[in-house]
Design a protein around this ligand. Structure first.
Ligand code: 7TS
Length: 411
């Protein structure tokens, strides 16, 4: 590639594909900066849901009729799309779940059955509750010990401290690909390699990782990668647990019932093959189809341009943040995605959120489901603007004009 030519996205054309972005909020154009909570959906994803329900709604894997065949094809086709997108070694490695939270719980629940006193699980100080509480519970149930790898004040992981926590008792290491509250991008391959040297399994919480570029699970080297459809332009209620086939094939089943069995007697049952052994009950068929469409749509974009655009948004926002007196950024790691968390003198984050909302600007405020992290950083919570590919540099200006107004209102 000729590096002097900056890759670009046609943001205007991109925005036109997202119907909600053209709405107003109390007479003001919507400025949607809450993408770390959930991303908006392009028309093609919305259409894929409507089309499924309008033309072939049926239960899957019960191919007695045409509709069931069509539904199954679309549903399993979506699994192929996702498997290709994350470079899974096999489609059987893609397990549909309701989202990141359920994916992590599935692994933690299985692990709890294997852990014993003396075993250790390592997570980091920057976890979302979804990648902390399930491990706490697994350790409590089994008598294992949970260890917390510290971060530096800028929100990056202390690598030396992380290393020092790993030993022959470490059974599993879990960390986020990207922190939802700080935007920190973790060196996943490096952390994974260190954990592997200690003989531990590795789970990556990819909730905030998937929508920022290419994820290649084989290159990352981890054992499990969990993510949610709704953070990558897909529907809510659907997500993925990717895991290495040999692990998933033996992983303790968690939810039992229909679909996940091969044969059943009144006394016992034999489990089905992957991926079905970990997918009990009627799945979220429309959700999987919608997620497949979202991934197909997203993968068509130039990922270099996607990353460059996000960095441009982050850079501009970071520069403008320095011009606001009393504003302190929370999370200034070198490697970040487009997440701008901050506190402002004289304004509680909830008030900032409320007053920005009056101007049509949607951000999130609070502890971002990372209460221990907020305590570690000594803040009650933050105001968080999080950017996506459809946000514009003009919207960053609007955010900061809005913040100046907020400051005047609070003065
Ligand atoms: N892990 C991380 C890093 C997250 O950001 C989230 C959701 C989850 C796990 C849980 O995902 P779920 O889809 O199962 O709920 N994060 C956020 C957020 O930052 N604001 O709202 C939800």
């Amino acid at each position: 590639m000729n590096m002097s030519v900056m890759p670009s996205l046609d943001i205007k054309a991109l925005r036109e594909q997202f119907p909600v972005l053209s709405r107003e909020v109390d007479g003001k154009p919507l400025v949607y900066l809450d993408n770390a909570a959930t991303t908006q959906k392009p028309q093609c994803v919305i259409d894929s849901l409507v089309d499924y329900y309008s033309t072939c709604n049926s239960n899957v894997h019960r191919g007695a009729h045409k509709l069931a065949d069509e539904a199954t094809q679309r549903y399993e086709g979506a699994r192929d799309i996702v498997a290709g997108f994350i470079n899974a070694a096999a489609r059987e490695e893609v397990i549909w779940t309701s989202g990141t939270t359920e994916s992590i719980n599935m692994v933690a629940n299985g692990l709890a059955q294997m852990l014993k006193a003396g075993d250790e699980v390592v997570v980091t100080e920057m976890e979302h509750h979804a990648n902390l509480v399930p491990w706490q519970q697994a350790c409590k149930r089994s008598g294992a010990t949970l260890k917390i790898a510290p971060i530096f004040d800028d929100g990056s992981l202390d690598l030396e401290a992380f290393k020092s926590l790993l030993n022959s008792n470490t059974r599993l290491v879990a960390f986020p690909h990207v922190s939802n509250s700080l935007g920190t991008v973790n060196p996943v391959a490096e952390l994974t390699a260190l954990a592997k040297q200690a003989g531990a399994l590795v789970l990556v919480d990819g909730a905030q990782g998937v929508a920022h570029g290419n994820v290649d699970v084989q290159a990352l080297g981890c054992d499990f990668y969990a993510f949610s459809g709704h953070k990558i332009f897909g529907p809510t209620g659907i997500g993925v647990l990717w895991g290495r086939q040999e692990l998933l094939a033996e992983w303790p089943v968690w939810i039992t019932g229909g679909e996940m069995i091969a044969t059943v007697t009144y006394q016992d049952a034999i489990w089905n093959q992957l991926p079905y052994r970990l997918e009990a009950g009627t799945p979220h068929i429309a959700g999987a189809i919608g997620l497949g469409e979202a991934v197909r749509w997203f993968s068509q974009l130039d990922m270099v341009a996607v990353a460059a655009h996000e960095q441009a948004l982050l850079q501009k926002a970071t520069e403008l943040a320095a011009s606001i007196e009393g504003l302190k950024l929370i999370g200034t790691a070198k490697h970040k995605v487009g997440v701008l968390s901050f506190v402002m003198a004289g304004g509680h984050p909830a008030d900032i959120g409320f007053l920005l909302d009056r101007q049509g600007i949607a951000i999130r405020t609070g502890h971002h489901c990372a209460e221990p992290l907020m305590n570690r950083l000594g803040v009650p919570g933050t105001a968080r603007a999080s950017f996506s590919i459809y946000n514009t540099l003009e919207e960053v200006d609007v955010l900061f004009e809005g913040l100046r107004k907020v400051q005047m209102m609070l003065a």
